[in-house]
Ligand binder design. Structure first.
Ligand SMILES: [Zn+2]
Length: 351
């Protein structure tokens, strides 16, 4: 995998390439955008390029020869994207160690790393002790590569105290250090963090890009099309839907008992249960809306009523209401109009 092979974010990749070729990589970058669109993958590939040991010899571009007519034709910032890209070789010790997760100079800071560091169960927040450890690493000399890269994955998980602990390192990063924060909810970050980062805004993946990615994973053309329609440009959402759809294929018929069994089989962990109920409600909503759009005017009424009910239930998932009850109600209401979750992914694109 190389930076140039990332699908669906051409402008951002061009921007990253421009930073690499101009040798002006900001010490702190923020990759912001919806969940599951490739922010982390882009961060990892950018880190690979920054630390690769076999870069082709290049002349560092100074401010003059980038923007001044003294060294030839004037290069406007927009033409930066046309410069040759710098690629990681994919074969050197540095490139290989990024794949194995063992690179001494590239660290991924997330809740999994934290659980191992603090020797405790994985939690949903990134704590101040974890960020202090990152700052300590940042002050050490790099071992293999010329640069050290830290990727804080889902940086919104940092508690405010942890964000405050990061400020000094963001403001005065040790030489050769690059921090990349990926975030899907920018408003969870302190404004002081945001203002110290160079932000790149990722958008949802275009449908065709998502279909190509799904097909590359061995998913049939029809299923890829149906999934990309339902997953709003998020590969993660598509993967969640696929997992759920496989589970639903073996589900009992949705009479009252079936709905009860399905809600009883929700994960015990509240966070995961909420997530699963959210996906199921999204599926039912998407199908109800599709049918509404395809129905003649005189038969739209029950479908609009169902959409309204499902939206109300969707909002309830954010409150302290039993997820099992929300799911049962949604399934039974949808079933009255013949909408069954297990058929949606197969038929999602047929409307
Ligand atoms: Zn390399």
């Amino acid at each position: 995998m190389a930076l140039s092979k990332i699908i669906g974010h051409d402008k951002i990749i061009a921007r990253l390439n421009a930073l690499l070729t101009s040798e002006r990589v900001p010490p702190a970058l923020l990759f912001a955008g919806p969940e599951g669109v490739g922010k982390f993958l882009a961060a990892k590939e950018f880190a690979r390029t920054l630390t690769c040991l076999h870069k082709p010899p290049e002349e560092p571009a100074s401010e003059e020869n980038l923007f001044s007519s003294l060294s030839g034709p004037v290069l406007q910032p927009s033409t930066l994207s046309l410069q040759p890209s710098i690629e990681a070789c994919g074969r050197c010790a540095s490139c290989m160690q990024i794949d194995s997760g063992a690179h001494p100079d590239v660290r991924i800071i997330d809740t999994v790393f934290q659980a191992a560091l603090l020797q405790e169960e994985e939690s949903r927040n990134l704590k101040v002790d974890t960020i202090r450890e990152l700052c300590r690493y940042a002050n050490q000399t790099s071992i293999l590569s010329a640069r050290k890269v830290f990727i804080i994955r889902d940086a919104e998980a940092m508690v405010p105290q942890a964000q405050n602990a990061l400020l000094k390192t963001l403001e005065e990063p040790p030489p050769g250090t690059v921090l990349i924060l990926t975030v899907s909810r920018k408003n969870a970050l302190l404004s002081t963090i945001m203002s110290r980062c160079y932000t790149l805004d990722f958008t949802a993946l275009p449908r065709t890009a998502l279909e190509r990615l799904l097909e590359a994973q061995g998913i049939t053309l029809d299923e890829a099309a149906a999934l990309s329609l339902l997953s709003q440009g998020s590969l993660k959402k598509a993967a969640d839907l696929l997992k759920l759809s496989d589970r639903l294929k073996g589900a009992p018929p949705l009479d009252g008992m079936g709905a009860f069994k399905m809600s009883a089989s929700l994960p015990k962990d509240t966070h995961r249960a909420r997530h699963e109920v959210g996906i199921l409600l999204d599926l039912l909503l998407a199908e109800a809306r599709n049918r509404w759009a395809a129905s003649p005017t005189d038969s739209k009424k029950p479908l609009s009523a169902l959409v309204t009910k499902l939206l109300a239930l969707r909002r309830m998932t954010a409150q302290n209401v039993s997820y099992a009850l929300i799911l049962e109600t949604a399934l039974l209401e949808s079933e009255k109009l013949g909408i069954l979750p297990k058929n949606i992914i197969k038929t999602g694109d047929s409307q």
